[in-house]
Design a protein around this ligand. Structure first.
Ligand code: PLP
Length: 389
């Protein structure tokens, strides 16, 4: 099991009052009740007042959802350019979309090796291995030229997993010129980019967060995008996602769709509908769409304010210096031992790489949490000094 799941279990089993869950990127109040975006609440109410349509969906999901999801990811202009080369199918969340992407790639003649950037999301590795792929890590540091150097070792037809938008855990967002360099390398070395679009709209905005995907789609003959609608629609347990495949020629798109339909049919037959109806209801209604965009703008502002407050209180820059950071997570420059102390002594739960969820960090708690982190960090440094380390 990955670290996220183990920590969630440990958090649930912890009976201390005042324990604090900074593990996952879920917006919640102090009692741990998830917060739902107002546009989503509105659309949900409308759907609940209609008759339930309890029938199976097609394996590829709802047509209205798939078209709207593709437009959100690629933008209307590119959809026009690539319409015959692009297929988008509904998936059970971003995880389901990634698994479909990996199964699809693994079912191809060449698809066996996947390059995964670190630091990253711990589940990437597990999903890839479960899909029967060999994985290779590359260090996804601040200098893109460095990791491009590592990717020079990749062989033709290897796949490279990249995070679109704000990266988990670092919050880094790549610049357009960096995406152009990556696209150039993938093209030259005949690598297949697989883009994880986990929180479109939560970094810098729906179009800005998709910029890398759109650059790659224009420059690379083939690519796959796995999109999640869990965080940007606060629909976590409704499991809404989509997998998109852009192929070099239209006939391959037809084949890709057939292959994906078969993978879906033999795994879970067809997806669930309610969450996808909400997403489609918002994306296809101009008024709700505008409401959703302004909900997301507020989310971004809240996250940025929390990031600034805790960083100021911790009186240190993150390990990353002054590169701007966005999105749900803040990676603290603290040792795994400090993370263990915070969990065991204070009931504050975060990942061992120092990742803290800003979505779960309640503004009123910022001061207290920052003070506790400082205290643990200080006493750890003192211990190390005394031990002569
Ligand atoms: N990719 C990344 C980077 C994530 O952080 C997550 C979820 O936290 C996912 C994919 C999976 O998304 P979902 O929760 O929709 O399965």
């Amino acid at each position: 099991m990955d670290e996220n799941s183990l920590l969630n279990q440990a958090f649930l089993a912890d009976h201390r009052l005042g324990k604090c869950d900074l593990i996952s990127g879920v917006f919640q109040d102090k009692q741990g009740t998830p917060l739902i975006l107002p546009a989503v609440v509105e659309c949900r109410q409308r759907l609940l007042s209609c008759h339930a349509k309890n029938r199976y969906l097609d394996p590829e999901g709802m047509a209205g959802f798939n078209a709207a999801a593709a437009k959100l990811v690629f933008g209307a202009e590119l959809i026009d350019v690539f319409c015959a080369q692009l297929v988008t199918l509904q998936a059970p969340g971003g995880t389901g979309a990634l698994r479909l992407a990996f199964d699809f790639y693994a079912s191809s003649l060449h698809g066996k090796r996947l390059w995964i950037g670190t630091p990253g999301w711990s589940n990437h590795q597990q999903i890839a291995v479960a899909a029967g792929m060999n994985t290779v890590s590359f260090s996804q540091g601040l200098d893109v030229n460095e990791w491009l150097g590592e990717l020079e070792m990749a062989q033709p037809y290897d796949a490279v997993l990249l995070q679109a938008g704000a990266q988990n855990p670092t919050g880094v967002m790549l610049e357009p010129e960096e995406w152009h360099k990556i696209a150039e390398l993938c093209r030259r070395k005949q690598l297949l980019p697989i883009l994880d679009n986990a929180s479109q709209g939560i970094g810098q905005g729906v179009d800005k967060d998709a910029e890398g995907i759109r650059i790659m789609a224009q420059r690379c003959p083939e690519l796959i995008v796995a999109s999640s609608f869990s965080k940007n629609f606060t629909l976590y347990n409704e499991r809404v996602g989509a997998v998109s495949v852009k192929t070099s020629v239209p006939i391959f798109a037809v084949q890709a769709k057939e292959e994906l339909r078969t993978i879906i049919r033999t795994n879970y037959s067809s997806p669930a509908s309610f969450g996808a109806e909400i997403v489609a209801g918002i994306l296809n209604d101009p008024v709700l769409y505008q409401a959703w965009l302004s909900d997301l703008a507020k989310v971004r502002k809240t996250l940025a304010d929390r990031r600034t407050s805790i960083q100021r209180l911790l009186c240190r820059k993150s390990s990353s210096g002054s590169t701007p950071r966005y999105g749900l997570f803040l990676q603290l420059d603290i040792s795994p031992q400090v993370v263990i102390d915070l969990q065991q002594k204070d009931g504050i739960y975060l990942l061992s790489n120092g990742r803290l969820s800003l979505a779960a960090l309640w503004q009123q708690d910022v001061e207290e949490i920052a003070a506790t982190i400082q205290k643990r960090r200080f006493s750890n440094e003192l211990t190390s000094l005394c031990d002569g380390q």
